[in-house]
Design a protein. Sequence first.
Length: 95
Amino acid sequence: MRRNATLGKALKQLREIANVTQEDFGLVSSRTYISTVERGLKSPTLGKIEQLADVLGVHPLTLLTAAYMERLTPKEVDRTTALLRDQLLALVSEK
């Protein structure tokens, strides 16, 4: 599966969980744009991911992480989130 298609699937899943329609993104994107992202025809920029996540009421990393979740078992989710936490804390300590 193409990576942008996986991001689109994650966007649709989070949108449905949040009970948000494609039209609810109207202040940041058109319904047509959201539809093309969900179908894997377009890939949003990081700035757009931030806007989309804001409408969904989630952190942008939640949307990005959800794009990779399909490939992970529950045990791998725990291991991956622990690794991500460690890497982020290492970045903060280097400042």
